[in-house]
Design a protein around this ligand. Structure first.
Ligand code: 1DF
Ligand code: MN
Length: 360
């Protein structure tokens, strides 16, 4: 059978043995897009990464940018049709990057509330097709913790989205601990989604056009995930669960070297900022991290992660609308993997992680 026929045969409903639950799917309130466009036009935002990313998506007339621009702002029939066409049973939806995190504190706090209200309404309307992550404004750690609490207790969200760094600051810094504390106490995972690298990191990437999803995203987000480990934050919040996309932002591949060099560096007391940890860095990856394959429809990378991090911690994601080729779904369906493991990957790991079958 040709790939075209395989694509046409994609269906929701699980007749092939599992539901497909996609867990890194993006949306944008139209109000946020309008605000971004205004702030780019009037020069209010100067962050080079933001201008590179949204200077493109908010204004480009290319077919890819137009599709993304329209799809991000839809939480209804268009999105459902795109899901049906790709065989996606359910999306776990989050505020697209950088969301609130490029804004001034008060604007950011207001946008988190607006985005959460819009997303919660869509999830109430289509409870079988959509679930949501709670957004917040990390610029104000205490307000963020409150909004996460509202998102979980009032709006029915069971996870938190953080679009990586906030103005060059990382979640291991104490001003963000109220967020980590709230997530741990509420027993909800934090999805650390990529952002363009901060000003201090981005120049040589921008010079080569490598600042975005092709590379800069992954480098910056894996740094973020690694800082949470090496700065000792997961010893302080040992039950906290973090999700990272793009096949763990390549961290699975780094495990051996990070373990070796962390031990060697701590032993030689090279840095005051690198203290001994309760576990090896790779043990945190296996015990505090979930990894989705967003953007990586590649069997060897998925299997390597399953083998070294664990089959219960590798979760399917599509990355709609940024990367949503139905051919990728066909390729993932065809992975040579036991039926039990494939069902964990596409369906049951996500059901547990996002508490999708919670009784009402
Ligand atoms: C892109 C990719 C943009 C991803 C995203 O959000 C995003 C992109 C602004 O291709 O520019 O979430 N992604 O996760 O791969
Ligand atoms: Mn994404």
């Amino acid at each position: 059978m040709s790939i075209e026929n395989d694509v046409k045969a994609l269906r929701t409903g699980g007749q092939h043995g599992y539901l497909r639950i996609a867990t890194e799917e993006a949306f944008a309130p139209p109000e946020m897009i309008r605000m971004y466009r205004r702030m780019i036009r009037n020069g209010e935002i100067k962050d080079p990464g933001f201008l590179s990313l949204w200077g493109f998506y908010a204004f480009s007339k290319s077919p890819r940018a137009k599709f993304i621009f329209d799809s991000l702002q839809d939480l209804g029939e268009k999105r459902l049709a795109d899901m049906d066409e790709r065989g996606i049973d359910k999306q776990i939806i989050a505020l697209t990057s950088p969301g609130t995190q490029i804004l001034k504190r008060d604007q950011a706090v207001a946008l988190a509330e607006l985005a959460n209200d819009q997303l919660a309404e869509a999830c109430r309307k289509y409870p079988d097709r959509f679930a949501g992550m709670a957004a917040c404004a990390p610029q104000d750690g205490k307000a963020a913790a409150k909004e996460i609490e509202r998102g979980v207790s009032k709006l029915g969200f069971n996870s938190v989205i953080i679009n990586s760094h906030t103005n060059g600051h990382y979640l291991d810094e104490p001003q963000f601990w109220p967020i980590l504390e709230a997530a741990e106490a509420l027993d909800v995972p934090i999805y650390i989604h990529p952002n363009t690298p901060p000003k201090a990191m981005i120049k040589p990437m921008l010079d080569a056009g490598l600042d975005g999803a092709i590379y800069g995203f992954g480098v910056e987000t894996s740094l973020h995930a690694l800082r949470l480990i090496t700065r000792g934050v997961l010893d302080r919040f040992p039950k906290l669960q973090i999700i990272i996309g793009h096949m763990g932002e390549a961290l699975p591949f780094w495990q051996y070297r990070i373990d070796y060099m962390h031990a060697a560096t701590v032993r030689s007391k090279r840095y005051d900022v690198m203290l001994p940890l309760q576990r090896k860095p790779s043990e945190y990856l296996r015990e505090n991290y979930y990894m989705t394959n967003s953007g990586v429809a590649w069997e060897p990378a998925i299997k390597f992660t399953q083998a070294t991090v664990g089959v219960d911690r590798v979760v399917y994601a599509m990355d709609y609308p940024y990367q949503c080729d139905p051919e990728e779904v066909v390729a993932l369906d065809a992975m040579k993997m036991s039926a039990a493991t494939k069902k964990k990957f596409f369906q049951t790991n996500a059901e547990k992680l996002f508490k999708l079958k919670k009784k009402k």
